[in-house]
Write a protein that binds this ligand. Structure first.
Ligand code: NIG
Ligand code: FE
Length: 415
């Protein structure tokens, strides 16, 4: 059992407050304690308060703790990334160049590249190779202050490789410091062998894949997009997943407006992702249903698209989370700090809203709000000490990794 950690003199953003996804003004309430302090022990947060309070309450035990004097620096919960495709084989830098010459993301995909290219490379990779490549990416997440990551399958699109991806994620969750939350995304594209027979693939996915993958996944995600899966097909897959205990998520309205936001509200999805082209009606439906909008501004930038209407969604009452979308095609990054910067710059979130979106609301989007996303007594001691002095400074100084120290379950894992 490692030593207790006493953090003192921090600009401490606790994110304590309202339970459940936060919307409107609640996204700006950060539970900030200037001169803040925390006691971490047995992997959890034992106390949170001012430095004077904790100095008094723990006076008998301070000598046995590791003392971290933050000297006024910012301390936040570990960041949570609620949407990634982190377990993939190979890379696609050639496509990056093609897209810069003007070829579109969907044209590349429809010509057999894009997701299909990564599918081939992921099918070819051994379980060990996939494990090692993904381990490295998780290390990079940790170095950027991220302590919980969701990961999707979807580069197999056959049972064998979907299981391989999910199995690798299970082993990584057990062995890597990061918590990795698994999502099945068999409906990520239509595999070439099923082109023109999409409904048959949907049948296969429902009848053969879902029962086999369900024990390894918590969520069920679909790429609901023109020329990929229709809202009707998406609904069938998501409803079938519910019967196996899988909670729906949807890649919705990314490339064209396609009714994805509306469908997310209708099927009771925990979140809808991307939403670059979400309709006003869809935004209203999500606000009413309490569906979390998981917005991915790094993807929009990388695809040279207009970002989602984050400001409008918050004002309409939709709880907003943000994520890297880490994947080899549309967003090869692990930098949640960059995503927070972009949420402010390209979607006009305030620095406070961006932080809520990357911590507490992100935890809600993957059903981890009971243990991650805020610094409250009894929750996991997932903590980041940043080399800046306020959360505003963190969002302002962009493109730099300000992480100084990261604790995961009370263990120092970075710095
Ligand atoms: O969220 N849009 C679909 N899926 C991913 C991209 C996956 C890829 O290009 O490999 C996304 O952007
Ligand atoms: Fe994605």
């Amino acid at each position: 059992m490692s030593k207790a950690v006493w953090i003192k003199n921090a600009s401490l953003v606790t994110l304590r407050g309202q339970q459940g996804p936060r919307s409107k003004e609640a996204m700006s309430e950060l539970g900030l304690i200037e001169g803040g302090s925390m006691w971490l022990e047995d992997g959890v947060v034992k106390a949170v308060g001012t430095t004077e309070q904790l100095e008094r309450d723990f006076s008998q035990r301070i000598a046995e703790a590791e003392i971290i004097d933050a000297e006024g620096r910012l301390v936040t919960p570990g960041l949570v990334d609620p949407h990634t495709h982190v377990a993939y084989g190979g890379s696609r830098e050639g496509e990056f160049e093609k897209r810069l010459q003007g070829v579109s993301y969907m044209d590349i995909m429809n010509a057999g590249g894009g997701i299909h290219a990564t599918m081939r490379m992921t099918r070819e990779a051994t379980e060990e190779e996939l494990f090692e490549q993904t381990w490295k990416r998780l290390d990079a997440f940790l170095a950027h202050g991220v302590t919980t990551v969701e990961g999707k399958s979807g580069y197999g699109m056959n049972l064998e490789t979907e299981l391989k991806q999910l199995q690798v994620m299970k082993r990584l969750n057990e062995t890597h410091p990061i918590d990795l939350v698994p999502t099945f995304m068999g409906a990520h594209a239509v595999p070439a062998e099923f082109k023109g027979r999409e409904d048959e693939f949907v049948d296969l996915l429902i009848e053969e894949m879902l029962p086999a993958v369900a024990p390894l996944a918590e969520f069920n995600d679909v790429f609901c997009e023109k020329n990929v899966y229709t809202p009707k097909q998406s609904e069938r897959i998501l409803e079938a997943g519910k019967a196996y205990g899988l909670t729906p998520k949807i890649h919705a309205d990314e490339i064209v407006s396609y009714g994805g936001a509306e469908l997310a509200a209708e099927v009771g999805a925990i979140s809808a992702e991307h939403l670059l082209k979400a309709s006003d009606e869809g935004i209203r439906a999500m606000a009413e249903a309490g569906t979390i909008a998981c917005l991915l501004p790094a993807t929009a930038l990388y695809l040279r698209e207009e970002a989602a209407q984050g400001r409008k969604m918050i004002d309409a009452g939709v709880p907003v989370a943000i994520s890297t979308d880490c994947n080899p095609g549309s967003s090869p990054t692990v930098s949640m700090p960059l995503v927070m910067n972009l949420a402010c710059i390209s979607m006009r979130l305030t620095p406070a809203e961006a932080l809520t979106a990357a911590t507490y609301n992100a935890a809600c989007a993957i059903n981890r709000q009971d243990r991650a996303g805020s610094l409250e007594v009894g929750k996991q001691a997932d903590v980041v000490l940043w080399d800046v002095h306020s959360y505003q400074e963190l969002q302002y100084l962009f493109g730099v990794n300000h992480v100084k120290t990261v604790w995961k379950n009370g263990e120092r894992v970075v710095g």
